[in-house]
Design a binder for this molecule. Sequence first.
Ligand SMILES: [Zn+2]
Length: 437
Amino acid sequence: MQIADDATEHLIALVRVPTEAPEQLPAFRAALEERFPQLFAALEAEWIGDTMLARWPGRGEGAPALLMAHQDVVPAPDGDGLAGAAWTHPPYSGHRDETHIWGRGTLDDKGSLVAICVAIEVLMEAGFVPARDVWLVFGHDEETMGTGAASAIAELERRGVRPAWALDEGGAIIEPPIAGVTRDVAVVGVAEKGFANVRMRVAQTGGHASTPPALPATSRLARAIRRLDFAKWPRSLPEPALRMLELLGAEAEGVQGAVLRNVRRSRPLVERILARQDETRAMLATTAVVTQLSGSAAANALAEQAVAVVNVRIALGSSVEETVAFMERAIADEAVELTVLHGHGPSPESPSNGAGWDDIVAAIARLRPDVLTVPYVMLGGTDGRHAHRITDRVYRFAPFEMTREERLTLHARDERIRIDTWLAGCRWYADLIEQSC
Ligand SMILES: [Zn+2]
């Protein structure tokens, strides 16, 4: 399936419509409908709030497929005051140079959303009709942990729609992640950690700072934070992580390759190696970090309450309740009150074989025969977790090559996508739908 180079005009146009805030979404919807008239004429599209739910009717053969993406983006402060350095090209310019399209959303997640639309229109033009229904859910509040995608999924559940599999954002095609592996690796998320913001609060009678108690609320909170820092969260390498390490080990040479290949027998050693770096340590267990702190409003008054917000990423197999209970034990101080502000448990694991997985792996192999595809557990969250309500096969992958440098622009300045990989990604979605739907 050929994708014309000027398909990039769609991405550029839609990156130019900011979607940081709810009031900006109607303009994005209008731009999307204007850009893809054929798609909107042929698909049964409806809007649940600002989330798009659409069905591309198939020939009624087999369980449907569900493709997901989100319209909203994280804010893109552009170099004034506290925001830091300015973008090389303004975040909503959609600037195109020789190699890249620049702007907020190019990687996360308009790149996928627009590529899916391009793929569908190209297939329609070629006269393709899917065997099975293809459903689209384009959420509008993924970045703010909103309810858009959840509502659309609940609607599908109500209608009895049970997809064979779902695909949302998540992994990508990355450079060799460990020494000894020489080819690019496609990482496909098969599960995601849970999430919670937990407020820790110590209350105390206020007073003048000149006569402090032996253990002021602020210090008591600090002690609790340090206890939490030193807490030994139970370690677990979930099955998809073991599988990923085995597959990488099969490619890596030397001692490292041997250790990884035998990860199931050399687990303690592998865990020690993974614990050395922040990124890999997070694979091993629940993580908890204080991201917000507050005390007294006045410099010379005792805090009537000292408050910390802990951002927790919950390991597979655990739960919000278990996590809070562990925190209580680690802190061991009844004066520290814990409240879950927002939280959800980890997702179930989707199988690394069979429907959906095999389709995605085969489509990757057709696009990039040289690439190794591995499953992995996402440390962050996606709207895809809601899809577990209607299918046990939820995969998280965008078919784009991202260098480490490019990945660092996610949620940061200078977000951009390579033109060649974006066009190849459009082809990938078209190919996936053509071969598997
Ligand atoms: Zn995203």
